[in-house]
Design a protein around this ligand. Structure first.
Ligand code: ISL
Ligand code: CA
Length: 552
């Protein structure tokens, strides 16, 4: 297997708005990130992925970009950005940027021009269609509720927006759109950035004719733009024109992708992307839609991860993540955010860092931050959450029940400010934060974590160190043990004579693990565990959420 720096790297995702506020306006900023670089250096991460920092009116917190060549006012200036890149590089930390090119803001100059007239040179940068009588051109729905079409009076046509009304979709079939995007990517790469995370990159090619979806459930129209007809042609063009000219890493965000589709994006010989984010694991607890939450099963968890491991094996590379800025906090979703918060946060980290693939840490995960339960809908900021809530209220649903779903799945769970210490507003800002902090910050914060050698933070630090020391953790193949067990997740890994045994109890019960004889006979060296050495004398009786990693 080919060794690559981005396979060995650990990525840390920063949501700048909620990371650290350097000037007291209540909004995290670039200077704030610079101030915290030493903290990230201490943790040991190699790459920072920055959520969008471009100029934006913030309908969707920066995913609606009005100028790709400028920095969002609240976040600082281009000079601040250069300093951030420089200071990160000085510490040996790379920076990858979010590339949001399925859509722009409606305040982007291209769209302002495009909507002016049907013969404007930018008209064809976006997807405009005539309505069907008084109805939109087709029945597709938006991720953020309602129709995916917005009527525009000026020219009596509709434009397509898979996300918010303020996020019109670009028309990738227009060669000039692709040229502009590639030019912009080079402009950033020439500044020395180290790669891109590509927002919904598998949505850029829509099926010709934009047909009605006969299946009127869930996200209507999805199959006509997810992994569309020309997506691979466009990504190969992007690779040829831009990516292949730099030593960078790329990761595509790709909702609705199976391992078969995945191979087409990441197989080495296809020259498209290095990695993608699969969503099958994130959908593990979804019923009719994300808000309809059903219990998840460990056997499904294992099955999905194994399928992706086998699916990309030797021909491509996986990414491993359990949460991000769109998802609930992993300890609340897959662990226990009460009695066993610390233990289960460490257990989940053990999985993320010892499975095959590049691990992605989302800010705050490394101190075990949890979901939040705001008392009122007024406290929420996320456009997806608010649009859905309003739509459901109009349909007559019970507000309290809606809040319960938001507590489980709302995106603001991940977006509350980073908890730095136990002072007011968790030390995130001296002003009024743009979104309230999680009230548990007195208990869960960075300062406390750094003072406690048994904290979640130091466990992450150690996992990251182990990854650097033992190539088997990065490159080893995987063999699952006890595949059908609903409590135990266990596997061995092998690489060039190094062997690893990972044992994890994903339950609140004590569980005895009966290792197969051939493993019992081996000389095992414990590399890391989330319970104390003293307690480990219990041998193979595993405490709630206990995790151990052995080298043999
Ligand atoms: O957030 C989701 C589930 O709640 C996803 O459906 C999400 O909308 C989808 O994965 C696309 O996400 C990305 O593009 C969006 C942006 O709002 C998200 O923050 C971003 O990660 C539009 O740009
Ligand atoms: Ca600020």
């Amino acid at each position: 297997m080919e060794r690559k720096w981005w396979k060995e790297a650990v990525v840390y995702q920063i949501y700048p708005r909620s990371f650290y506020d350097s000037n007291g306006d209540g909004i995290g900023d670039l200077k704030g990130i610079i101030e915290k670089l030493d903290y990230l250096k201490e943790l040991g991460v190699d790459v920072i992925w920055l959520n969008p920092i471009y100029k934006s009116p913030n309908a969707d917190n920066g995913y609606d970009i009005s100028d790709y060549y400028d920095i969002m006012d609240e976040f600082g200036t281009m000079e601040d950005f250069h300093r951030l890149l420089d200071e990160a590089h000085k510490r040996g930390i790379k920076i990858i940027m979010d590339l949001v090119v399925n859509h722009t803001s409606d305040e982007h100059i291209w769209f302002i021009e495009s909507r002016k007239s049907k013969d404007n040179p930018y008209r064809d940068f976006y997807i405009w269609r005539k309505g069907k009588g008084n109805n939109p051109p087709n029945n597709w729905t938006s991720f953020f509720s309602g129709s995916a079409w917005q009527y525009d009076e000026t020219t009596d046509e509709y434009y397509l927006h898979l996300f918010a009304v303020k996020q019109p979709d670009l028309n990738w079939d227009n060669e000039n759109v692709r040229k502009e995007v590639f030019k912009m990517m080079k402009w950033w790469l020439d500044k020395g950035i180290d790669g891109f995370r590509m927002d919904v990159i598998n949505f850029i090619s829509k099926v010709e004719g934009l047909p009605d979806d006969e299946n009127e459930e869930g996200l209507i129209g999805f199959k006509y733009y997810a992994n569309g007809p020309k997506v691979h042609e466009y990504l190969q063009e992007m690779n040829r024109e831009v990516l292949s000219k730099y030593d960078i890493m790329t990761v595509g965000e790709t909702p609705g992708v199976t391992p078969e589709d995945g191979r087409l994006y990441v197989n080495y010989d296809r020259n498209e992307l290095n990695m993608i984010f699969q969503f099958e694991l994130m959908d593990i607890d979804s019923g009719k839609n994300k808000w309809d939450v059903k219990p998840w099963k460990l056997t499904d968890f294992k099955r999905i991860m194994l399928k992706w491991y086998e699916g990309l094996k030797e021909k491509g590379w996986n990414s491993v993540y359990l949460n991000n800025h769109d998802q609930p906090r992993m300890v609340s979703r897959f662990g226990d955010d009460k009695e066993y918060r610390v233990e289960s946060a460490k257990l989940l980290a053990t999985f993320v860092h010892t499975w095959q693939g590049t691990p992605y840490i989302y800010q705050g995960e490394e101190i075990g931050m949890t979901n939040v339960r705001f008392p009122s809908i007024e406290d929420y900021r996320d456009i997806e959450t608010l649009n859905w809530y309003n739509e459901m209220i109009q349909k007559g649903h019970d507000p309290q029940k809606l809040l319960e779903a938001i507590y489980k799945k709302g995106r603001d769970n991940a977006r509350t400010p980073m908890q730095w210490d136990d002072s007011e507003n968790a030390g995130f800002t001296t002003g009024k934060p743009w979104i309230k902090v999680n009230p548990n910050y007195k208990e869960i914060n960075v300062k406390k974590a750094l003072e406690d050698k048994n904290s979640v933070f130091y466990y992450y630090k150690k996992l990251i160190e182990l990854r650097k020391k033992y190539p088997v953790i990065v490159y080893g193949d995987i063999n699952l043990l006890f595949e059908d067990d609903e409590k135990i997740f266990a596997y061995t890994r092998h690489f060039e004579g190094q062997n690893l045994l990972v044992l994890m109890n994903f339950s609140k019960d004590e569980v005895e693990i009966n290792l197969p004889r051939e493993l019992l006979e081996k000389d095992m060296k414990l590399l890391i565990s989330n319970y104390s050495e003293e307690e480990l004398k219990r041998n193979m009786l595993f405490k709630p959420y206990e995790a151990r990693v052995y080298l043999f």
